[in-house]
Ligand binder design. Structure first.
Ligand code: GUN
Ligand code: FE
Length: 425
């Protein structure tokens, strides 16, 4: 049995989306699972390995529900276009470069290094259409100790020849890749990844639906992100009642044995939200991308009020920052604009709600993790906020809030995934 105990200011969110901070308390871990929070170290734990982090904060690992690994190379550039033109001009040509395994190796090693050193412990990741580069990324992520889903992207229409697959080859390669990798790793799992409806023919979607049923693999994609995209999907799928119906009719939109995360949902109306709820689909809210490619502001308050599961995504390179703290503060700020400009009856998100999305709620996509409840997988990050010193008297909640807003000035001093320590650079 492997046991250890950490001491510090233990900070997580409860089921009611409220941040709880246990000052100078003990957090116990046994065989990778959280064994609770204690004010005093229990007698029978006195002989385990103990680390006292003093005045530092211990928070759950942050959960990135949506990020594109091959786009990491151009983050922070190409912010001049709306979604569809942005894909055409920046995303597709760059992702096409991953046919070159040497380029993939150079690019993915930087992505994995930075993800490993961030406060993120788990992520759901898009790779490119190329199986060799995707498997290389999976090998690197496995080595990092982070827990991830990785998707070989499927695309058989509406992209340039250099970045489009032939339908049956796309399906056959996906099936083969899933068979090869579904039991290969401890931390890394394949996820079925039709890029979005404009990139996939009905024929390919039907094949992916069959593969999903056969293997019970998770699914990720994009839905209802941008006005021109939504108009296009209506033209491409005249018989679909609304956008997510175009996934649902192929069995690629949640339900039993089909855990699904869908990015964006900026324009998900009542019908779409009803289906999302019925199918238990996780929403990956990606506020930075929604601003960068001028898509709009997702109705997150409505999602939370309606009991939908909403996590956060960095969505690099639509979002330029890999930091989920940035996603949290962007989610709060964009909710204020929605309240001001769109619907004054739906009040803004609080920092507690943003933290809930980044940890407990996003974590539920990966199983029981994202909080320090007993029995949850022990994903934890230790944060030193001493660089934020101020003579002003601050409450513990003030300190927590400043960590979220001023994260680049905060130092990550330790990180654990399912009880395993991650070596930080
Ligand atoms: N929709 C389809 N592909 C993409 C992508 O790479 N990024 C974003 N933001 N939306 C997409
Ligand atoms: Fe995306």
């Amino acid at each position: 049995m492997s046991r250890f105990a950490w001491k510090g200011h233990i900070c997580h969110t409860n089921e009611n989306k409220k941040t709880e901070i246990f000052e100078n308390s003990w957090l116990l871990c046994e065989d990778g699972l959280c064994k609770g929070i204690y004010k005093e170290l229990p007698e029978e734990w006195k002989n385990v390995k103990i680390t006292d982090f003093g005045d530092k904060f211990i928070i759950p690992g942050l959960m990135d529900l949506h990020v594109h690994a091959p786009q990491y190379t151009y983050r922070g550039t190409g912010m001049d276009l709306e979604l569809l033109d942005w894909l055409e001009k920046y995303a597709f040509p760059e992702e096409a470069s991953y046919s070159d395994i040497e380029y993939a190796e150079k690019a993915y090693s930087v992505f994995v290094r930075d993800l490993k050193n961030s406060a993120t412990t788990r992520a759901s990741i898009f790779a490119s259409i190329h199986v060799p580069a995707t498997e290389l990324l999976m090998d690197m992520l496995e080595e990092s100790g982070l827990k991830t889903y990785v998707g070989k992207v499927n695309m058989d229409r509406n992209s340039p020849d250099i970045y489009r697959e032939e339908t049956s080859a796309s399906a056959a390669e996906t099936e083969h890749w899933i068979s090869e990798t579904e039991n290969k790793y401890k931390n890394t799992k394949p996820i079925i990844t039709p890029r979005f409806i404009p990139s996939c023919t009905d024929e390919l979607m039907a094949e992916l639906g069959n593969i999903q049923k056969l293997h019970g693999t998770a699914v990720q994609s994009h839905v209802s992100e941008n006005p021109s995209e939504i108009v296009w999907v209506k033209e491409l799928c005249p018989s679909s009642e609304f956008y997510s119906d175009a996934y649902d009719r192929f069995g690629l939109f949640g339900g039993e044995n089909c855990p699904t995360v869908m990015a964006h949902c900026v324009y998900s109306d009542e019908r779409e939200q009803k289906l999302i709820k019925e199918r238990g689909v996780w929403i990956a809210h990606c506020p930075q991308t929604n601003m960068n490619v001028a898509s709009g502001i997702a109705p997150v308050r409505e999602f939370l009020d309606n009991g939908l599961k909403v996590g956060l995504g960095s969505d690099v390179a639509g979002g330029s920052s890999l930091s989920l703290f940035r996603a949290m503060t962007d989610a709060i700020m964009s909710s204020k604009l929605r309240w001001r400009l769109v619907d004054s009856t739906k009040h803004q998100l609080s920092v507690d709600e943003a933290f809930y999305m980044a940890t407990r709620c996003g974590g539920s996509f990966f199983g029981k993790t994202g909080a320090f409840d007993e029995g949850y997988e022990f994903d934890a990050v230790v944060l030193d906020d001493s660089a934020l010193y101020t003579p002003k008297k601050l409450s513990m909640h003030d300190r927590f809030e400043r960590i979220c807003y001023l994260y680049p000035e905060v130092k990550i001093v330790a990180k654990c995934v399912a009880g395993k320590s991650i070596e930080l650079k």
